[in-house]
Design a binder for this molecule. Sequence first.
Ligand SMILES: CC(C)(COP(=O)(O)OP(=O)(O)OC[C@H]1O[C@@H](n2cnc3c(N)ncnc32)[C@H](O)[C@@H]1OP(=O)(O)O)[C@@H](O)C(=O)NCCC(=O)NCCS
Length: 171
Amino acid sequence: MKSKTPSQSVTINTEVVLPNDTNHVGNLFGGKLLQWVDITAAIAAQRHCGRVVVTAAINHVSFENPISQNSIVTLEAKVSRAFTSSMEIFVDVFVENPVTGVKTKCNEAILTFVAIDQNGSPLPVPALVPETEIEQKRFDSALRRRQLSLILGGRMKPEEATELRALFMKD
Ligand SMILES: CC(C)(COP(=O)(O)OP(=O)(O)OC[C@H]1O[C@@H](n2cnc3c(N)ncnc32)[C@H](O)[C@@H]1OP(=O)(O)O)[C@@H](O)C(=O)NCCC(=O)NCCS
């Protein structure tokens, strides 16, 4: 299977925060943002592997800044690493000032998707070759996040986590 670069599957989604998308204090409801994040990331994963994908885990989400009603929100999803059938996706969330056009990063999410066949069984995906410095950094740290996610999901024993030895093992 031919390897791919992150730019081959980058997915950009632009939304406007409508009244129905807000919470009791007039800011974007976190669940709505998660829906946008999940869909944008799924499209990037699907573009990378050319298969149907499902969300296996939401590894990390940070709601650093509130996003007010009428804001223009841009979500940028990129595959950060591909393993056998799973892919880690980073989603960077920006808010755009409608007057100046300046975009400010306000949130970040990391998700894991798995390519599946018609029976729901995992399928192999192409390898990912990072190109930029930030892509390389995210690629390098993805194995650590995968092992932590597998431990938390009861799919890996802490002693098997080669990248997390320093956290779990006494010397
Ligand atoms: C995700 C799913 C396909 C995995 O199937 P499975 O039979 O457990 O398959 P495996 O154990 O072989 O795992 C497949 C891959 O997923 C990865 N994976 C599974 N759970 C994971 C988790 N919590 N974090 C990170 N990776 C995970 C495995 O490491 C493996 O990766 P690899 O092939 O790259 O090594 C299956 O659990 C599923 O269908 N879940 C429901 C998905 C869904 O409906 N999502 C929508 C949200 S409601």
